[in-house]
Design a binder for this molecule. Structure first.
Ligand SMILES: O=C(O)CCC(=O)C(=O)O
Ligand SMILES: [Fe+2]
Length: 360
């Protein structure tokens, strides 16, 4: 079948964010030439944008809407009830500021989050804390969306690996294609009276392999850097936004760059985003694949394991090995995109933010 083409030739950068249509992959008989075309389109999107919108992705719209509806109810509960489901030390699941912000305290931040690990989401336990009288729909809806997102993340990862140039042997990437690990984060952004001053989520890159965002149908908020400009990603009910994250940058030795992005608050409407982060396997050494290393292009980043990262032993994944930058430098000044970022993208420390942004 004929897949829709990418890159509408329009002036507005928002309209030019690549839209990848996976319809051809949902057919019972997948046309190999269509599949190849999708792979090339994804490769171009990763290289040129570090992000793309994905339609006909295979996650049923009802699954998305049910999860959103259940998640929305969390943020309607009184604050003291929400805190009953607080994310405990060592757990991936629970209510809190969310790992992107970590324990950064800043009165300009207007967002909150609840997270669910995958495959151990603890969604039913969390539901019992939030709704002592029961809410079985909550765990079912969250777990279904979590599982479907996980499956989709593996599909996208495979398409990304197949599109890598130089042609990568699947051997190095095999563990990344089979891992069973991730995190679903639901971000809630209340209405802001000072949208120009307030921060939904500060500029950051995600530290994982890749991120899949559903931002709903009607409230803008997700922005990403393109050519030094902040570009707003148009909300689409039917679309998921895929964002290249730090581990992809490490294993491709900078062939694909993690995309710097942020969330801006809205003056009139609350906003809810569902964000699935695909984790790398816990034990393998995460390092550049041999295809992306040569005498003239040695590995740019220190090898590490995800387990070390989760235990806080590795703080800056994209800390270059070239000796030009010291450990003292901030996470965002090490991010090549941060330096070239345009309006509104002043370094975090200038915005009164803690510079260490972690996004596991
Ligand atoms: O709310 C959004 O659209 C983006 C959220 C995000 O970047 C994150 O949770 O890492
Ligand atoms: Fe993010």
């Amino acid at each position: 079948m004929e897949a829709k083409r990418l890159y509408q030739p329009q002036q507005n950068l928002s309209d030019r964010i690549p839209v990848i249509d996976l319809a051809a992959l949902q057919d019972s008989h997948v046309d190999e030439s269509e599949r190849k075309r999708i792979i090339v389109d994804i490769a171009n999107a990763c290289k040129n944008w570090g992000a793309f919108q994905l339609v006909n992705h295979g996650i049923h719209q009802d699954v998305i809407e049910n999860a959103r509806e259940q998640a929305r109810q969390v943020f309607e509960l009184p604050s003291e009830t929400r805190w009953k489901a607080k994310r405990e030390q060592g757990s991936l699941s629970g209510y809190g500021n969310g790992p992107v912000i970590g324990d950064a305290v800043d009165d300009k931040i207007v967002s909150e989050a609840i997270t669910f690990g995958y495959p151990q989401s603890e969604a039913a336990v969390i539901a019992s804390k939030l709704w002592p009288n029961g809410n079985p729909g909550f765990g079912l809806s969250i777990d279904r969306y979590n599982a479907d997102s996980h499956k989709l993340a593996l599909t996208i990862m495979r398409l990304i690996v197949e599109g890598l140039q130089p042609r990568a042997s699947l051997a190095h990437f095999q563990p990344y294609l089979t891992e069973q690990f991730g995190l679903l984060r639901i971000n809630h952004y209340p209405v802001s009276n000072h949208p120009a001053r307030d921060i939904g989520l500060p500029p950051h890159i995600d530290d994982t392999l890749l991120t899949i965002v559903h931002q709903g149908s009607d409230v803008e908020g997700l922005e990403l850097i393109k050519d030094g400009e902040w570009v707003s990603v148009p909300p689409r009910r039917d679309a998921l936004i895929v964002i290249v994250a730090a581990v992809c940058q490490v294993i491709t030795n900078d062939t694909y760059k993690a995309c710097l992005h942020r969330a801006v608050p809205n003056r009139n409407k609350t906003r809810l985003s569902m964000v699935y982060s695909a984790y790398p396997p816990v034990k393998i050494t995460i390092t550049a694949a041999p295809e992306f290393v040569s005498h003239t292009h040695p590995p740019l980043y220190k090898p590490f394991t995800w387990s070390e990262y989760l235990r806080g032993k590795v703080r800056h994944i994209l800390h270059p090995l070239d000796g030009l930058q010291s450990e003292k430098k901030d996470a965002d000044t090490q991010n090549p995109y941060a330096k070239s970022s345009g309006k509104g993208s002043e370094p975090l420390q200038d915005r009164g933010m803690r510079s260490e942004i972690r996004s596991y």
